[in-house]
Ligand binder design. Structure first.
Ligand SMILES: Cc1cc2nc3c(=O)[nH]c(=O)nc-3n(C[C@H](O)[C@H](O)[C@H](O)COP(=O)(O)O)c2cc1C
Length: 199
């Protein structure tokens, strides 16, 4: 049995193409092993905050030295890191907004990227400390970014692969629902994306 952590980041909730693609990934994982447990965190439709001075100050204050307010401020970050460390498989729903990831998903990354905990600097350079995970990205975009003129404008895939790799998660597979805003593609975009899923 594996533990699956699902990160949702579209404000469109269950209607989102990225969420439907993420659902398909989780369904395929469960086909392989019905015992998989799934923890879901929706960073778009919850009070998941962007970092600020208070949160970062709390995150980097050692646990025993934190005030009661700092304990509260650091809790989301501590919990998010624990969920990542605890997972065997991570499924990240990632709609493309303005060529990049939604700011809520970036906020989640800002909460889990913590020097000394999820990565560290060594004499030979940085080392990711989140090891042994399999990551699937369920990407959705209005245009087509897997090939053609717009491929160079996909900052979702290179960014996620870079930051996740930096944290030690170097086994990342991206599936796409693309062309959701292109008249001749939008009717088949979801089906094509779901059919491409292999786990
Ligand atoms: C704020 C915002 C910005 C967007 N920017 C782009 C963009 O730069 N390029 C693009 O092809 N589609 C863009 N889209 C369209 C989304 O990528 C598309 O609707 C996608 O299906 C959203 O995923 P979701 O259904 O999972 O929410 C944008 C949508 C929103 C809401």
């Amino acid at each position: 049995m594996s533990k699956v952590l699902r990160i949702k980041s579209s404000f469109r909730g269950e209607e989102a193409f990225s969420a439907k693609l993420g659902d398909a990934i989780v369904a395929k994982l469960k086909e392989k092993d019905a015992e998989h447990s799934v923890i879901e965190r929706d960073v778009a439709n919850s009070d998941f905050p962007h970092i600020d001075g208070e949160i970062v100050g709390a995150m980097f204050t050692p646990q025993p030295d934190r005030t009661a307010e700092q304990q509260e401020s650091a809790k989301l970050s501590d919990d998010a890191i624990e969920e990542v460390m605890d997972a065997d498989i991570i499924v990240i729903d990632a709609p493309l907004y303005n060529f990049g990831i939604p700011s809520n998903l970036k906020a989640w990354i800002d909460h889990i990227a913590k020097a000394g905990v999820t990565f560290r600097y060594t004499e030979t350079g940085p080392e990711g400390l989140v090891k042994g995970k399999k990551v699937y990205v369920a990407m959705a975009s209005g245009g087509v970014y897997s090939e053609g003129d717009f491929a160079a404008l996909d900052f979702v895939t290179p960014y996620l692969k870079t930051i996740l790799g930096f944290l030690g998660m170097d086994d990342v597979t991206v599936f796409r629902v693309e062309g959701t805003a292109v008249p001749e593609l939008k009717e088949t975009a979801l089906e094509n994306g779901i059919n491409s899923v292999e786990v």
